[in-house]
Write a protein that binds this ligand. Structure first.
Ligand SMILES: Nc1ncnc2c1ncn2[C@@H]1O[C@H](COP(=O)(O)OP(=O)(O)OP(=O)(O)O)[C@@H](O)[C@H]1O
Ligand SMILES: [Mg+2]
Length: 322
């Protein structure tokens, strides 16, 4: 019997202000969540499989990512999540060892230099994670193509009754915070010398129908033709069909609005409070607010031990190691 997926491929992003609720009531990006309308990202079939998060420094990108990942950790799987913190700030340490979290890679070439010989460096782990997701997405796409051929044969030949044994695989997630830094660090420190933009574009294409999902977060940047370009070329941008600006109280300038949404007025829609965001898929937009969630492992956070424990408890218990 082919396995059917019972889990809904949507993830909660944030709540919707009262004044916005009427405007977005019929949106496919809005679902009731805990009794109130909420912004949800439909990442499954028919939705937008990959996400780009933009926003100025301090706008709330990493906080949105932590919140989104916490919700994925709570969702029925199967899934395997790899998180890469390209700026080496340890922003995702709190998620280490949580259900479905395969790896949290804190990229830090300086710390790498201190590792004992033979230990894999953070840069090598990050490069390997990209290579692995590329191989996985290509392999899954090939399997899917073979299954299509098998269906075609079955349809053409009335004597055949055996259905193809294809099963939709579990979700794989590659989440990169600090996209431009990631590209620079790999270009400078990785011996593999891969083309990161090309690899991610290919993961985007091959992962679309095969549940290999990408989330790339960075400040808003243009891709220019100059040599020191740290932007995102449009062929990769095109794959990341769910765009989110996470700017909170800082807001979005007209030029950032053009870069992120092709609309200089987009910033006007964003709630100017901590956690304020705007999501766009196609021409559909939903402003929302990410609920606050303290980062329990942040050494600089002005939190008591009890507050840290309370925040950490909002994650489910790690799965027992067998
Ligand atoms: N949902 C939220 N509720 C309350 N405060 C928030 C929320 N999200 C972010 N903040 C505040 O904004 C600060 C900056 O957020 P965050 O580190 O996520 O920004 P960022 O976009 O990742 O910045 P950078 O580009 O520097 O990495 C946080 O330390 C927190 O104080
Ligand atoms: Mg950040």
């Amino acid at each position: 019997m082919p396995m059917t997926r019972t889990n809904d491929q949507r993830v909660f992003l944030g709540r919707i202000r009262n004044e916005d609720q009427d405007k977005v009531a019929d949106s496919p990006l809005v679902r009731p969540w805990d009794g109130a309308p909420a912004a949800v990202w439909p990442y499954g079939s028919g939705g937008a499989p990959h996400m780009r998060i933009v926003g100025t420094t301090g706008g709330g990108k990493s906080s949105l990512l932590r919140s989104l990942l916490r919700n994925l950790v709570h969702k029925p799987g199967p899934r395997a999540i790899t998180v890469i913190d390209a700026e080496g700030a340890g922003e995702f340490t709190v998620l280490e060892g949580m259900p479905w979290v395969a790896q949290v890679i804190n990229v830090n070439p300086v710390a790498d230099a201190k590792l004992a010989d033979g230990q894999p460096t953070s840069v090598e782990l990050a490069a390997q994670a990209v290579a692995d997701h590329l191989a996985l997405s290509v392999e899954r796409n090939e399997q899917r193509m073979l299954a299509q051929q098998a269906w075609l044969q079955l349809l053409k030949d009335p004597a055949r009754h055996r259905q193809p044994a294809y099963q939709r695989p579990g979700e794989a997630w590659l989440v990169i915070d600090g996209w431009a830094t990631f590209c620079q660090v790999l270009a400078r420190y990785s011996k593999a010398k891969a083309d990161t933009v090309e690899d991610l574009t290919l993961i985007g294409m091959n992962g679309r129908k095969t549940d290999v999902h990408l989330i790339l977060a960075d400040q808003v940047t243009y891709a220019s033709k100059s040599k020191d370009d740290d932007g995102m070329p449009s062929r990769l941008k095109k794959q990341l069909s769910c765009s989110v600006a996470a700017v909170g109280a800082l807001g979005l300038t007209a030029s950032e609005g053009r870069m992120a949404f092709d609309d200089e007025h987009a910033g006007r829609l964003i709630p100017r409070v901590p956690g304020g965001c705007l999501m766009q898929v196609g021409a559909t937009r939903v402003p929302f607010i990410v609920p606050p969630w303290a980062n329990a492992t942040d050494p600089d956070a002005p939190l008591t031990v009890q507050q840290r424990r309370d925040a950490y408890r909002l994650l489910p218990a790690p799965e027992p190691v067998s």
